[in-house]
Design a protein around this ligand. Sequence first.
Ligand SMILES: Cc1cc2nc3c(=O)[nH]c(=O)nc-3n(C[C@H](O)[C@H](O)[C@H](O)COP(=O)(O)OP(=O)(O)OC[C@H]3O[C@@H](n4cnc5c(N)ncnc54)[C@H](O)[C@@H]3O)c2cc1C
Ligand SMILES: Cc1cc2nc3c(=O)[nH]c(=O)nc-3n(C[C@H](O)[C@H](O)[C@H](O)COP(=O)(O)O)c2cc1C
Ligand code: SF4
Length: 642
Amino acid sequence: MQLTTLFSSITINSMTLPNRAVMPAMATGYGNADSTVSDRLIAYLARRAQGGTGLIITEVCAVLPRGKGFPNEIGVWDDNFIDGLKRLTNALHLHGSKTALQLHHAGRETFKAAAGDLPEAPSAIPSVVLNQPCEEMSFERIGIVIDAYGKAALRAQKAGFDAVEIHAAHGYLLTQFLSPFSNHRSDAYGGSEEKRSRFVLEVIEAVRKEVGPDFPVIIRISADELIKGGYDLGFMERLAPRMVSAGVDAIHVSVGVYSTPGNLSIASFDTDPGFNLSRARAIRKASGVPVIGVGRINHPQMADDALSRGDADLIAFGRQHITDPDFLNKARQGRFDEIRWCVSCNQGCIERLGLEMKSSTCTFNPECGREYAGPAPLAETPRRVWVIGAGPAGLSAALSAVKRGHEVDIFEKDAFPGGQLLPASRPPRKEIYMGWIDWAIREFTKHNGRIHCQKEVTRKTLHAKKPQAVILATGAYPVTAPIPGIKGDRVFDARDVLVGKVSLESPAVVIGAGHVGLETADYLISRGIEVTILEMQPFSPVGKHTAHGYWLHRRLKQAGARVVLNAVLTGISNATVSYTSGEDRETVAAAMVVTAMGARSETSLESALKELSIPYWIVGDAQNPRRLLEAIHEGYRAGQEI
Ligand SMILES: Cc1cc2nc3c(=O)[nH]c(=O)nc-3n(C[C@H](O)[C@H](O)[C@H](O)COP(=O)(O)OP(=O)(O)OC[C@H]3O[C@@H](n4cnc5c(N)ncnc54)[C@H](O)[C@@H]3O)c2cc1C
Ligand SMILES: Cc1cc2nc3c(=O)[nH]c(=O)nc-3n(C[C@H](O)[C@H](O)[C@H](O)COP(=O)(O)O)c2cc1C
Ligand code: SF4
């Protein structure tokens, strides 16, 4: 592969970048509670700089305390922040990366707990997603905030940043002023397109005035809000040259706001790679300055093609930087096989941060967020380690242990490694998950690890061979409820259906509307089967607030799948399923029935390990049926502890 354009240099104002790869701002939650930069954040970003990225843009950094989007967001509203930020720029410069500070004010997209006061916004219209009350900004307050942007930019310059990026995307304060949806003012800052643009243009002018003519100023925009009543691409095409006249040197073209259906600002695997490049191209044409393209561009070849076509001048690889900090250097050296790809699942990063209120990491990169600690040293006494089960937990544990010098054998009773990730990667759009299994196997065998498939470990084998340490990664087996007829000939487990062990017949009834049930329904529909989904709860366990949840529900609805809630099953016959829903007794035709009713941990070998006094670790679903993140991270940690 020829990556000539991606690895060519580019100059923005006075800043010359060694290549056109950008790490965009991505909040981590690693900052200190007092909004100063932490060692953890520095180590995390420095690890990405080490990977060869031309420009690293820090995560959101609040220009005022009231602009904080989450409690430990870093800040730059006072000179006291400069020293900490300087430590950060020094660390990134050591690796040859340039770095920009992202200047942020969340406006109404925050909570009182983070902002320390009622969130402020152009109009007192609560966020559609957070639904928090907020206060309309007075003229005086608008002046204070504009001034704060300028002062913040100057502090960034003093701290050694090579550029600043004004965050005017994703529905935060600056977008809120631009948008007719959130700006209902009738004064000089609202109403006409001209007046809605005024705040952003004045922020740019304030920043430019403070940093002088030579300092690079980037603005990040959402090219289209993609909401009813919001602004569109045409509006941004008209605004772009005016932002340039006000003082910006480059435009970073993102898309969407908090309430955009399907979270296109951080798109899941349900959305095509590179889906936002056409907007970058339009803004490039309209503005005449360099633009940064972004949005599910993981593969360096795709980036290089987009640059060569003239869609953009630089490409931001967001989550790909989280999953594999070395992917650019690997690509530069043609080692594409070694790249661990981001699958755009959002589970470990944005959903963990935004929905679980925990610091960000990556489902597939258990080292993300622990860079400050580094991997455990090589084992002093290498041991003969058995990993039982080649699912995600087992593969992750085996790789972690083998890299530390242990002699590792994985035993898998099935014909192929992968565990539940094999069925998990069969529904539409989820094929991408297979890439991790292939990557993990390649890495493991490269380190001389051995995988033995179709080898079930039993109590007898353990007694006979007595390995020195065992990682029990035997996963979980599916369970069903005691419904009359559940053992019938045409009743199958979802996993068997997904891996092709079952001949499909229409119509099908799927029992359970969790992820496994809905994705199996999606799979069946993609193969022409008519589907009814029965769920005993009054709501589907899969929320529409996650990107994948939204698209999954949408696909099912568009395909005409029927989801029946509050359905209590009363019986399954050869051709029907009966249930009650409230007062009603219903029967639905079913040429096949698919169960997706949960799983139970498989730990039957634990007693033998205890009897033999073999040190052991139980990881992943074998400990408790959960998700990939827990399986992969627990496996990794066990390998580090052995
Ligand atoms: C259809 C489906 C979709 C899913 N989608 C997602 C998703 O999108 N995101 C997510 O986070 N999670 C998802 N999950 C859940 C996720 O796949 C599991 O949490 C994860 O696979 C657990 O990994 P594990 O290694 O602990 O166990 P498993 O994946 O169950 O692997 C255990 C392995 O051990 C083997 N084994 C068991 N006993 C023995 C023995 N005695 N000797 C040798 N081998 C043995 C089994 O054959 C199996 O290969 C999905 C699950 C399913 C079924
Ligand atoms: C965990 C996480 C945090 C993010 N935080 C920010 C942020 O602080 N500022 C910002 O402008 N965008 C933020 N984003 C959006 C990313 O910068 C990027 O635009 C998005 O992930 C799409 O790019 P990708 O598909 O290459 O990941 C965040 C994304 C993620 C996954
Ligand atoms: S958690 Fe998922 S989306 Fe986030 S970086 Fe990792 S693989 Fe990508």
